[in-house]
Write a protein that binds this ligand. Structure first.
Ligand SMILES: [Zn+2]
Length: 108
């Protein structure tokens, strides 16, 4: 088993699961309980993760995930940004640096 995707938004992970399953790739979601009901603050920040059951499907799954993320990047998620504080590369969906907690630079 291998993790191919994770996202703060559970709906996104669920969507990815449906996408992969429609391609005949068996997968499952872990950390479903990590995101609590709306309004509650989770104790720990655990992102739902999408795991592919068969290692043989991993390259294909990763390809679909990459394509999907690319689509998202154009639609609503900004490109990866470089932290102005520590220089770390941070993925576009995060509003602050995972390393030092600095806020993302203003999006233009
Ligand atoms: Zn930083």
């Amino acid at each position: 088993m291998k993790k191919v995707y994770e996202n703060l938004e559970f709906a996104m992970v669920g969507h990815m699961k449906s996408l992969l399953e429609s391609k005949g790739i068996k997968c499952e979601i872990r950390n479903e309980g990590g995101v609590s009901v709306a309004g509650e603050v989770p104790f720990t920040q655990v992102y739902p993760e999408l795991w592919v059951l068969s290692n043989g499907d991993v390259p294909t799954a990763k390809k679909f995930v990459a394509e999907y993320r690319e689509t998202l990047g154009k639609a609503e998620v900004g490109p990866a940004w470089k932290c102005p504080s520590c220089g770390e590369e941070v993925e576009g969906q995060f509003g602050e640096c995972w390393n030092c907690g600095a806020a993302a630079p203003e999006k233009t």
